[in-house]
Design a protein around this ligand. Structure first.
Ligand code: GLP
Length: 243
């Protein structure tokens, strides 16, 4: 794992945006694996600015997102499909037909999961962006998820429901299930870029980098990936104390 320590959220976002932009510059047809949550918003904003300034183009880029809530339609303001349009897709020159997000409204969720895993492996992710759950989850792969998991329906843990409830009017509105790429889908990407900011991620960062490789901390499986970069800020580094 390569660790890049930054001062704060803004610097973390700038470093992440640069890494993503150089991937696009080196391969205009690249496939990006994308993440939601508050952490990538700053990096997405910078990528939008670079696109508007003509520094990068998404015209030939394809994307696959990590996850989506079960039961939220794509136009629901807390769905990850809506988030991606608002934070990135509607603001850059991407062909929206080349953007992919699991469908949380699929009648047959099992079939949706199998098809999504196949799509991810057929497209082949060049660079996968990840956030980090405070309990060490990546995508929605909660503690206990095995390394050989593919896209599957997840029962969200109470801690994730509580973490994510800040974005909903009421905790009772937070979906209890999601579709998520599995650990195996994620590890299949050629490169991985994980970003984490703030002291509430410090324990998960420590377990991911310095802990044993174990499904107790799904992010620790990234230790096994040959090209994984972690960009953290001071708060997220407060237990690991990487220098
Ligand atoms: C959600 C998402 C993850 C994300 C995590 C952290 O559960 N499924 O992909 O990494 O939350 O979110 P945040 O960046 O808001 O802390």
């Amino acid at each position: 794992m390569k660790i890049i320590l930054t001062n704060d959220y803004n610097q973390m976002s700038a470093v992440a945006a640069e890494i993503i932009a150089s991937e696009i510059k080196s391969n205009a047809h690249c496939v990006l694996g994308l993440a939601t949550g508050s952490t990538p918003i700053g990096a997405y904003h910078l990528l939008c600015q670079m696109n508007q300034a003509g520094i990068i183009s998404f015209a030939d880029v394809s994307t696959v997102n990590l996850d989506e809530y079960v039961g939220l339609p794509a136009d629901h303001n807390q769905s990850y499909a809506y988030f991606m349009r608002k934070q990135l897709f509607d603001r850059v020159d991407i062909n929206q037909a080349n953007t992919h997000i699991p469908c949380g409204m699929a009648q047959n969720l099992q079939v949706e999961c199998e098809q999504y895993s196949k799509l991810v492996s057929t497209l082949g992710v060049d660079l996968q962006l990840l956030g980090l759950g405070s309990n060490g989850h990546i995508g929605f792969n909660e503690p206990g998820t095995p390394m050989d998991s593919f896209t599957h329906v997840v029962q969200l843990t109470q801690s994730t429901i509580v973490d994510n409830s800040r974005l909903f009017d009421d905790i009772s509105q937070v979906p209890t299930r999601a579709i998520s790429m599995g650990i195996a889908d994620i590890l299949h990407a050629k490169k991985i870029l994980l970003i984490a900011s703030g002291a509430n991620k410090a324990q998960a960062v420590y377990d991911m980098v310095a802990g044993p490789v174990s499904s107790n901390c799904p992010a620790s499986f990234l230790q096994l990936h040959p090209d994984c970069t972690i960009v953290i800020d001071k708060g997220a580094n407060s237990i690991l104390q990487f220098e």
